[in-house]
Design a protein around this ligand. Structure first.
Ligand code: SAM
Length: 293
């Protein structure tokens, strides 16, 4: 019989030898091997799991998914159909970006200095699987949450994830273009992890990222094509006391060049990384941004 620990060692060695790329919830071969084995074994991530023996069928499944991960260079979450994000499980399907945004950590532990006193309405723009809006609904348990997503596949997945977490009464999925929104009222917290990869970075993406939909990643020449559209909506979308939390990754410099007058704050992320800003609603009245009306 093979133990969980032995299976993790085996998968880890194969992943290392294959030179895979990471970045969909893990950043190294060991963590990815742990996720693969524990998920398929249905065991929690603790040391007691390591000595458990795997059923032959489970071991065969693990080896099959491990081989597929190496041969197809897909994100592991697409092969498992599920991912763990901020302590929650989300269904994941190919064609929809895999949850991993560091905004998740900020929502949990890092926004206190800027959050309005009361969060009654939250909107998650470019919601993909729904992970950030659903997490926000869990954290702000009295708030109503709107998820906005353009893509059919993603909007349907978000609806299933809302149901999975029993949030149908408070979380609504609206299929719309975030650069041309219907009137949804005003919000206390606006979250956005839009596509923001610029054209040069798109050319250099590893296979695992190219397996994700271009609509979810590509942000045009400077990465800000969708971001600009979102900023145009902000004055009508945010309460004056509201807060905007956005992710722009490597396009942070382009964002600051575009709107040098806006007081972006770039909080230190609890688990590293960069490219997430907060912007207070009251800053929007006094900006002098050129493409912002
Ligand atoms: C980077 S993914 C983020 C998904 C999710 N918020 C997350 O953190 O995992 C960006 C999402 O924006 C969606 N999207 C792209 N352009 C859009 C637009 N103009 N309006 C609404 N959604 C859009 C994509 O389909 C994709 O699901």
């Amino acid at each position: 019989m093979t133990t969980v620990a032995a299976a993790i060692d085996e998968v880890h060695a194969e992943f290392e030898a294959a030179g895979l790329s990471y970045g969909h919830g893990t950043d190294n071969a060991w963590d990815e091997a742990v996720v693969l084995v524990l998920t398929l074994a249905g065991l929690p991530d603790d040391t007691a799991s390591l000595e458990r023996e795997l059923k032959p069928g489970t071991l065969e499944n693990i080896r099959q998914i491990s081989r597929a991960r190496i041969e197809q260079r897909q994100p592991l979450a697409y092969l498992l159909g599920i991912c763990h994000f901020m302590g929650l499980d989300f269904e994941v399907v190919p064609g929809v970006v895999v949850p991993r945004s560091p905004i998740g950590y900020l929502l949990h532990e890092g926004l206190a200095p800027w959050l309005p006193a009361k969060i009654s309405r939250v909107i998650d723009l470019c919601s993909g699987s729904g992970c950030l809006g659903i997490l926000a609904a869990m954290i702000f348990a009295d708030a109503d949450v709107v998820l906005v997503e353009l893509d059919d596949n993603a909007a349907n997945l978000a609806r299933r994830n809302v149901e999975r977490h029993g949030l149908g009464e408070r979380v609504q999925v609206v299929q719309a273009d975030v650069t041309d929104l219907p009137d949804l009222g005003r919000f206390d917290l606006v979250i956005a992890n839009p596509p923001y990869v610029d054209a040069a970075d798109m050319q250099a993406l590893p296979a695992e990222f190219r397996a994700e939909p271009e609509l979810g990643l590509a942000g045009g020449e400077d990465g800000l094509a969708v971001v600009r559209g979102i900023f145009r909506q902000l004055p009508l979308l945010m309460n004056e006391e509201g807060l905007f939390v956005g992710e722009v990754g490597n396009s942070a410099a382009a964002l600051m060049r575009t709107w040098p007058g806006l007081p972006f704050v770039w909080p230190e992320l609890p688990h590293g990384g960069e490219g997430v800003f907060v912007l207070e609603g009251r800053a929007l009245g006094s900006h002098t941004a050129p493409d912002f009306s």
